[in-house]
Design a binder for this molecule. Structure first.
Ligand code: ACO
Length: 331
């Protein structure tokens, strides 16, 4: 069974409510129908009900029974405005500003999650990553004990000898352009949790990547990764985590054994932590385009799950992301 099918089965076992702020976007409307058909979650579409009905008709999607909320006419808007104002007034948000923000489906959806009226949110078929991330960061905030929000890409590789039966978890490929050593350590711990919770990996083996393996090169960028390894050990002493190491030393048993002898991670890593966003973002695209891996992205470290889509996403991508969000919401 593929990794995404396993995730879908987990979502079906504990059905969660997931809000879709881009409720009148054609792929999202079609995805809502499929999510219900597959029993993956209870979707809520945000937007004008007449417009959504029109889109559904054009798409040939049966959305009868799917809850639609129009933020502009919602009874909850006043409550959400009050909560948002209290949360953001110290940052200069006036009550009038909060009211306007709540009328925006993206903020309305985030407030639903914040106030417990939805278990998670999926958006990004229309909005950019920043548009979706900023309100999530400002309002949902990080989990207790977690310093940063970041992302993991679940890479389902055709070569099943890699990682965990072909699964590699890559972090961070979306959020933090230049993490500090401490932030990198938190990204590593978060990625291990994603591997465990979402993918059922019982023993995450985390490699912090660099162009150096165990001091083979000396540079301030290498020192940063070495510091991150130390901090991550303090944050999660029981986690199998090692570095700094090169990509091949992390994945290939013979190279791991020769470059990092005695390491419990080298040569058998299943979670790979990139030193910055340039490396992570390029790395996952190489694995996808040249390595032929299927990839699935999730945000990690948020107090409640919100996930971003690519604007080029398919209906299937939305369905898969909703399933992953629903599973994250169970923890
Ligand atoms: N974790 C936790 N909180 C954060 C983080 C983070 N990683 N980043 C910012 N914040 C908080 C800030 O502390 C701030 O909180 P506050 O307002 O309560 O003080 C709030 O979020 C907003 O912070 P800003 O600094 O105003 O936000 P910024 O403009 O830096 O935007 C963003 C943050 C959107 C994550 C930015 O770092 C970014 O654009 N990252 C890259 C996204 C991207 O384009 N990725 C690549 C494309 S995606 C793909 O290829 C799949």
């Amino acid at each position: 069974m593929s990794m995404i099918e396993k995730i879908k089965n987990k979502a079906r076992a504990n059905v969660k409510t997931i809000v879709l702020p881009e409720g009148d976007e054609p792929r999202t409307v079609k995805a809502a129908e499929d999510i219900v058909k597959e029993g993956l979650a209870t979707p809520i579409l945000l937007g004008n009900p007449e417009k959504i009905a029109e889109v559904a008709k054009k798409q040939g999607a049966d959305i009868s029974g799917i809850k639609i909320i129009d933020p502009a006419a919602s009874e909850k808007a006043a409550e959400y405005t009050k909560v948002l104002f209290e949360l953001r007034k110290a940052k200069g948000v006036a009550e009038e500003d909060a009211k306007k923000l709540v009328a925006d489906p993206m903020y309305y959806g985030i407030m639903m999650v914040k106030c417990g009226d939805a278990d998670g949110l999926v958006s990004g078929a229309v909005h950019t990553t920043g548009d979706m991330l900023r309100p999530a960061l400002q309002i949902i905030k990080t989990k207790p004990g977690m310093k940063v929000v970041s992302s993991s890409f679940l890479m389902d590789c055709p070569n099943k000898s890699l990682g965990e039966d072909g699964l590699l978890v890559y972090a961070d490929c979306v959020v933090m352009p230049c993490p500090t050593a401490e932030e990198l350590a938190h990204i590593a711990v978060s990625a291990a949790e994603t591997a465990r919770v979402l993918c059922g990996v019982q023993e995450p083996r985390v490699a912090l990547l660099s162009f150096s393996t165990k001091g083979s090169a000396k540079h301030e960028l290498v020192t940063k990764v070495q510091e991150a390894v130390k901090i991550a050990h303090e944050l999660a002493p029981d986690l199998l985590l090692d570095g700094e190491m090169q990509f091949d030393a992390a994945l290939v048993p013979e190279i791991g054994a020769s470059k990092a002898p005695g390491s419990k991670v080298a040569g058998r890593a299943n979670v790979l932590v990139f030193p910055d966003l340039q490396a992570g973002n390029i790395g996952y695209k190489i694995t996808q385009r040249i390595g032929g891996a299927e990839c699935f992205a999730v945000l990690q470290g948020l107090a409640k799950p919100c996930n971003d889509l690519s604007r080029g996403c398919s209906v299937e991508d939305i369905v898969n992301t909703v399933a992953m969000t629903a599973v994250q919401a169970t923890c």
